[in-house]
Design a protein around this ligand. Structure first.
Ligand code: AMP
Length: 430
């Protein structure tokens, strides 16, 4: 037996339906906001991530899958999308003759060599968006709203947006100095990660998860005292906009996120699983300034977020009110004896040619077994063909919810099936 690689997992059975469902909803909602899909390679030059995500980030320092290809190139499996999307915008000069902002969404696997545990994999899937080239707090607000709408569309989990601002460059510079000043007196008693970050990225010390270090972080200077007036106004108007559009946020002044490129607003989505118990971050995002320029494009600001699809699947599993599975087939089509198999096979092809989703078990089933399987698969109808029906030139369609049965003529198959489906959806609407 060859096992899956540690930290990877297969998405099968109901999970694959849940996955497809999440992806479909996310893509649909992003499209409503006029975002377009971008499909980029999984492998990139390692340098893309060292330059953008940052040498001091955990992702680059510890977690990247890096290798030399047969041509001696230093490559990496993408640990996240934003850098690749910026690279693609620059490589394809997507900013030439196009109205700004440029708005893209993406979906696909990412790779990080992390310690596998619940909700944390080495290969995991992200859906996300990036918008470039319009420095408006409305664009940031809208990004926050889009992620929220996607999560809400999965069945109204109890969502919370944790939000913070890292301010503009000037504010951040002053804040970093204040943090270094404060932490240098405590750093000897802090963890190795904090020690490594003191000079390279003191902001990251704020989200250290070590209990003892958290105590020290609690009394650290707060960004609010270092924000410039412009940064304050920007953040205030953003908070006003998202609140006015139904976003329930809490300000978390230790939220900095793990990627070095963020500046301005940063946020994370979490859900309440039980009273007082929060999920892991379902996704997060932020505003960034220099990223596109860093990879060879023009000096445009951007904003984006990504959602972790496995985490959303976990959330759906934990909340009965959420929809985990995609729809079952329209028909579970079963021949009730050997003579009916050939005919049923041909009928099923015709239905599929007309856009109807049909499952065929490829062998004879008794009525009771066919109905049991149809119900398990959550089919809308069981479609049955036995001796009686063959003689009459018809089939039986049984509504799996109401139990109502209706004959379907073989001669007028399309007409009868379309009428059946039409009635089904009209009744559902009422
Ligand atoms: P990040 O790119 O670090 O901002 O992560 C965005 C989202 O991706 C997180 O909020 C998670 O939902 C998801 N995510 C990040 N790392 C992992 C991982 N190792 N396994 C599963 N999901 C992850």
């Amino acid at each position: 037996m060859i096992n899956p690689v540690k930290g990877t997992h297969d998405i099968v059975y109901e999970d694959s339906a849940a996955f497809a469902n999440i992806e479909l909803r996310a893509k649909f909602i992003a499209t409503q906001y006029n975002y377009r899909e971008m499909i980029i390679p999984i492998i990139e030059h390692r340098e893309l991530y060292t330059r953008s995500v940052g040498e001091s980030s955990d992702i680059v320092r510890k977690e990247m899958y890096e290798f030399l290809d047969k041509g001696g190139r230093e490559l990496a499996l993408r640990p996240e999308f934003t850098a690749g999307v910026m690279r693609a915008i620059a490589s394809n000069k997507l900013y030439v003759n196009r109205e700004l902002p440029l708005k893209y969404f993406y979906c696909g696997p990412c790779f990080r060599y992390e310690r596998p545990q619940a909700g944390r994999y080495r290969q995991f899937y992200q859906f996300g968006i990036e918008a470039i080239g319009e420095p408006s707090s409305y664009l940031d607000s809208e990004a926050i709203i889009i992620g929220h709408r996607i999560l809400e569309s999965l069945g109204k989990p109890k969502l919370k947006v944790k939000i913070n601002t890292l301010g503009d460059e000037e504010s951040r510079k002053r804040y970093k100095e204040a943090l270094i000043n404060y932490f240098k007196d405590h750093i000897d008693e802090m963890c190795d990660d904090c020690k490594a970050r003191l000079l390279s990225n003191p902001l990251r010390i704020l989200d250290c998860k070590v209990e003892h270090d958290k105590e020290i972080v609690r009394n650290a200077p707060k960004i609010d005292d270092y924000l410039s007036d412009d940064a304050k106004i920007y953040f205030k108007s953003l908070l006003y906009t998202i609140k006015a559009n139904g976003i329930n946020y809490v300000i978390d002044d230790n939220l900095v996120r793990g990627l070095d490129y963020y500046s301005g607003v940063v946020w994370e989505y979490v859900a309440e699983i039980k009273k007082g118990e929060e999920s892991l971050a379902l996704g997060g995002g932020g505003h960034y300034n220099n990223l596109l320029k860093e990879v060879g494009g023009p000096d445009y600001e951007g904003v984006g977020f990504s959602l972790g699809i496995e985490r959303l699947m976990d959330l759906l599993r934990s909340q009965i009110s959420c929809k985990i599975e995609g729809p079952g087939p329209d028909f579970y089509a079963s021949a009730l004896n050997e003579d009916a198999l050939d005919m049923m096979f041909s009928i099923v092809q015709k239905l599929r040619d007309n856009g109807i989703m049909v499952h065929l078990p490829y062998k004879v089933k008794s009525i009771s077994s066919a109905l049991k399987c149809a119900s398990k698969m959550r089919a809308r109808f069981a479609l049955l063909l036995g001796d009686d029906e063959l003689n009459k030139g018809s089939l039986i369609a049984k509504n799996m919810q109401t139990g109502e049965q209706r004959p379907i003529s073989m001669r007028y198959l399309k007409r009868d099936v379309f009428k059946l489906m039409n009635d089904y959806f009209n009744e559902k609407k009422e």
